[in-house]
Design a protein around this ligand. Sequence first.
Ligand code: NJP
Length: 259
Amino acid sequence: MESWEGKIVAITGASSGIGAKTAELVAQRGAKPLLMARSRGRLDAIAGRLGAAAETYELDVSSAESVETAFRLAYERHGRVDVLVNNAGFGIFEKFENTPLADFERMMDVNYMGVVRCTKAVLPRMLAAGSGHVVNVASIAGKIATAKSTGYSATKHAVLGLTNSLRQELAGTGVTVTTINPGPVDTPFFELADPSGSYVANVKRLMLTPDKVASAIVRAIERKRAEIDLPGIAGFGAKLFYLFPRTFERVSRKFLNLK
Ligand code: NJP
């Protein structure tokens, strides 16, 4: 991307963690972040710190109606969305047999269908303009599945499948699609994912900061990258898994099943 100045950047899940930090970084570069999430109070508090450029939109990505309303408003105000960061999401880490059907459905509805809904809200206009960028925050869990994440990991595999297919469909259109695949990140995500705190205690020293992930998102937009895995060692692990799946599973069962 030539310059951030004046770019309209819609960020879902911007009331917390990675999304809030991404909004801050793009505002610092001169873009206008549209902060989207369900919690109006938290959005306004974050936008208040970012200055006049930031705008807030109440958005529930699991509701087609809410997505339609938020993006209609954004287009009425600005006529365009240059970048969409599909970041809204949550996880519940529990064994398959202990996870109610409703939790599987909710995770898929937010983490995967939320990406579908929001992307549909911007893609036709990006295609008409011949430019635009959709960044999907997936996860290393979308490449390497570990125990207690049958529901969550499946949603992120789905996001990766969607993005990889869409990238091929969009080749030559001027619209870029990217996946960002972080390992564990130190955000409020774990208040729901790991209420006992035992997983966080196991991985605390390996955790990424939201700043690190948001910086990777910004870099991916500037350089039109297809995909970023972070930390790099996790991306290397994913490559080993694809090459030697059974061996990798055997070895990693000991080290990666920390939930
Ligand atoms: O989590 P958190 P992160 N509609 O809890 C929003 C992925 N990831 O920043 O609606 C709209 O601080 C929620 O806002 P609110 C992860 O899967 C994380 O870590 O106001 N928004 C909040 O702003 C997710 O996709 C880790 O409650 C909805 C935001 O989502 C992304 O990173 C590792 C919503 C969540 O902020 C950001 O997560 C990894 C809805 N229905 C991938 N439901 C990690 N933290 O370790 C939730 O690999 N939100």
